[in-house]
Design a protein around this ligand. Structure first.
Ligand code: SAJ
Length: 427
């Protein structure tokens, strides 16, 4: 046991992954020091509060901070395990921005001691541990695999289910050496109920990218099939349902595009590093990125005021990062339309949103369901209908009860079917 400035675990980056991970270790009896370079984030967590929304997180953090097991600051402190969980966003030219990983690596050097383990959790391009972090540690005099241990343990938790999945998901731990993997695994074994698989660092980096790329490519296929169905006179949702009765087929869901900070970002890490070997991965990204424009192209010319139901990137979360709804809003505005957005789950909207459902649909010519929040099922179309100027609904997710909306007088247009308006003229 150490004193006030020594923790067992030091987590660098108090975001969507770092904060839940730090709080979960703290709740399991570890003394944890959380680090963030943003003083506001440090102050918020320091008073037991949170700056991101995730079910159960507030209670967990409040308990961990008030028990003294989770402390926060702007600088790393000596610890036995360092977890780097900082953002690895995309630059505007679709390259991995590794500045936060580099800064975190440098920041822990002054407090690193013999026998420490450094784990990179941030999703990173293949070779990051070997070619980016190891040289910095070795330049500082450390011998990786002997005097310090370095491993990649990618996070794989689903926003909205982070706390449960931190415990139940299997983990892949890739070490720079087998001793590095074992050293990291000893820590995670005390938190994780899922199975822990040991491998090398580059394989672990690729496992994470492969998982999200698999999703992206399959979602692109679904979106492309949906577009085909619109002109072929078929219903994509029926095609998907029936094809998925085949034992070896799993067609994903079409939608308004792919959002979030992971699936729409990670495949680019492979394209950036291996441009000649990734034509399919690049094409899938481009297909999914083009879906918001397809949705907007389908908006009837007469619709001057458009209401978007949902701003979050997926259902039942408040997270708006890379949300297709934001892209759809800005594309609609670029065509001169008035856009109103309703999302009761989003508390820190990146673009202005309406204060109520009524405000968002008043004098609207078209409602587009952009996010499948469960609460939208509770909307009574008969109450909405008299407020609108025209009764038209585009459902991009096949989510709402269409019969109910039709009964209230709405013209229902479903993405992936011939009712989708862009294609009505082509038949
Ligand atoms: N989406 C579709 N069709 C589908 C599935 C998803 O259009 O069939 C869209 C969603 O609407 C959303 C986006 O894709 O806009 C991503 O949503 P998601 O729920 O599939 O995934 P994320 O981004 O919330 O979380 C993913 C997860 N990865 C995998 O499922 C392989 C999660 O386990 C990862 O931890 C997370 O990325 C991450 O941090 O990398």
């Amino acid at each position: 046991m150490g004193n006030d400035t020594t923790s067992e675990i030091c987590v660098l980056g108090m975001g969507y992954i770092g904060l839940p991970t730090a709080a979960m270790f703290a709740a399991n009896g570890f003394r944890v020091h959380g680090v963030d370079t943003n003083p506001e984030v440090v102050a918020t967590i320091g008073r037991g509060d949170i700056h991101i929304e995730e079910p159960g997180l507030k209670t967990l953090v409040r308990g961990a901070v008030s028990s003294g097991m989770l402390r926060v600051g702007e600088e790393p402190v000596p610890a036995s395990l360092f977890i780097i969980a900082v953002p690895t966003p995309l630059t505007s030219d679709k390259k991995a921005d590794m500045r936060a990983v580099d800064a975190a690596t440098r920041a822990l050097l002054p407090v690193l001691r013999p026998g420490n383990t450094v784990v990179l959790e941030s999703t990173s391009p293949p070779g990051t541990c070997r070619n980016r972090i190891r040289p910095v540690l070795e330049a500082a005099g450390w011998k990786v695999g002997e005097t310090v241990f370095l491993a990649h343990c990618p996070e794989r938790v689903l926003p909205g289910r982070i706390l449960a999945e931190l415990i139940t998901n299997d983990r892949v731990i890739g070490g720079m050496t087998p001793a590095c993997a074992r050293s990291a695994a000893r820590w995670y074994a005390r938190l994780v109920d899922g199975e822990i698989f040991l491998t090398d660092a580059t394989t672990a980096e690729l496992v994470k990218l492969a998982e999200n790329t698999y999703r992206d490519v399959n979602i692109a296929l679904a979106n492309e099939l949906a577009s085909v169905c619109e002109v072929a006179g078929a219903n994509f949702w029926e095609v998907q349902r029936l094809a998925n009765r085949h034992p070896r087929v799993n067609i994903h869901r079409a939608g308004p595009g792919v959002g979030g900070h992971c699936i729409s970002v990670d495949p680019w890490f492979l394209v950036e590093m291996f441009p000649d070997r990734t034509p399919l991965i690049r094409a899938a990204r481009e297909v999914n990125d083009a879906v918001p424009a397809r949705v907007v192209a389908g908006v009837p010319g007469a619709a001057e005021t458009v209401t978007l139901l949902g701003l979050a990137f997926k259902g039942n979360v408040d997270d708006c990062r890379e949300s297709p709804a934001i892209a759809i809003a800005s594309l609609l505005e670029a065509t001169g339309r008035v856009v109103r957005v309703y999302d009761p789950l989003v508390h820190r909207p990146p673009i202005p949103i309406a204060a109520s459902l009524e405000e968002s649909v008043r004098d609207s010519d078209l409602i587009i369901l952009t996010t499948p929040h469960d609460v939208f099922h509770d909307i009574d179309p008969a109450r909405v209908a008299p407020l609108t100027r025209r009764r038209a609904l585009i459902d991009t997710h096949d989510f709402l009860d269409h019969e109910r909306w039709r009964a209230a007088g709405f013209d229902v247009m479903l993405r992936g079917t011939p009712s989708f308006p862009a294609y009505r003229d082509q038949r």
